[in-house]
Design a protein around this ligand. Structure first.
Ligand SMILES: CCc1cc(N2CCCCCC2)n2ncc(-c3ccc(F)cc3)c2n1
Length: 236
């Protein structure tokens, strides 16, 4: 089923609840991350077939480095595991991979794998699967302000020329429209330093389902509800 209306171009998801999914099954946390990784492929295919243009997934935040070393080490291997397992299917689905974040801080092996996938899929014209990897919105905004300040100091820009468009051009999402809908799984109802500027007019949907249990049917149900909402963008 394609989307009835094309007012859902960019969907963002905070994929929460993987550890809890594992704990409920007396499995190690990493089993939840592995199941969550498999579900990324499933939901990506569903979103692509629904006609969604960009799917942004919060895979690793700048705050996640504080997790146990062993868990971070496992998480950093997931991109390689994901592409080893799913690249043929992603190519068949015509999915283009994009990665946004402070990538220079990633382990070289992780960095190389994601950049190879970006290169390998760059000519695909279907859904853009945009992984937020070592991403943090406050750090993104801080970096943008510092760059703009530097331009002003270098006489490349006047303060009165600093517009919303100028700020957006310095964000990691500059190539994308703002998300129309943001979904967070597993019951938490907060942004957790994700797309703070970009979600100014984004509709939010929260579900108690954990990410590994979140199904294409759950996605379709939320999209049906979204399509009934009247978005005002600040106007009446
Ligand atoms: C680096 C942290 C991480 C965690 C993670 N989890 C664990 C937590 C969230 C739920 C999903 C499974 N996934 N799942 C896919 C990727 C992935 C990232 C980039 C890429 F280019 C290809 C795949 C991923 N990356």
């Amino acid at each position: 089923m394609k989307l009835k209306s094309s007012n859902l171009n960019h969907l963002a998801i905070i994929m929460d609840g993987n550890g809890r999914w594992a704990k409920k099954r007396f499995l190690p946390r990493v089993a939840g991350h592995k199941q969550g990784m498999d579900n990324v492929k499933t939901i990506t295919k569903a979103a692509n077939r629904l006609g969604i243009k960009v799917l942004t997934l919060y895979a690793f935040s700048t705050e996640n480095w504080g997790r146990p070393t062993e868990e971070v080490g496992y998480l950093m291997k997931l991109p390689a595991l994901f592409f080893d397992k799913f690249m043929p299917e992603l190519m068949a689905e015509n999915v283009r991979i994009n990665v946004m974040g402070f990538l220079d801080e990633l382990p070289k092996s992780t960095y190389d794998v994601v950049m190879k996938a970006v290169e390998q899929t760059k000519n695909n014209t279907g859904l853009v699967l945009n992984f937020a990897l070592n991403y943090g919105s406050r750090r993104e905004l801080t970096q943008a302000m510092a760059e703009i300040g530097q331009q002003i100091q270098n006489d490349q820009l006047k303060p009165e020329e600093v517009t919303e468009d100028v700020i957006e051009s310095h964000l990691l999402t500059s190539q994308f429209e703002d998300p129309d809908l943001l979904i967070r799984t597993s019951g938490e109802q907060r942004l957790s330093n994700f797309l703070l500027w970009q979600s100014a007019y984004t509709e939010f949907a929260f579900t108690d389902k954990s990410w590994p249990d979140f199904s294409p049917e759950d996605l379709t149900e939320i999209i049906d509800d979204f399509s009934k909402r009247h978005r005002r963008f600040g106007k009446l």
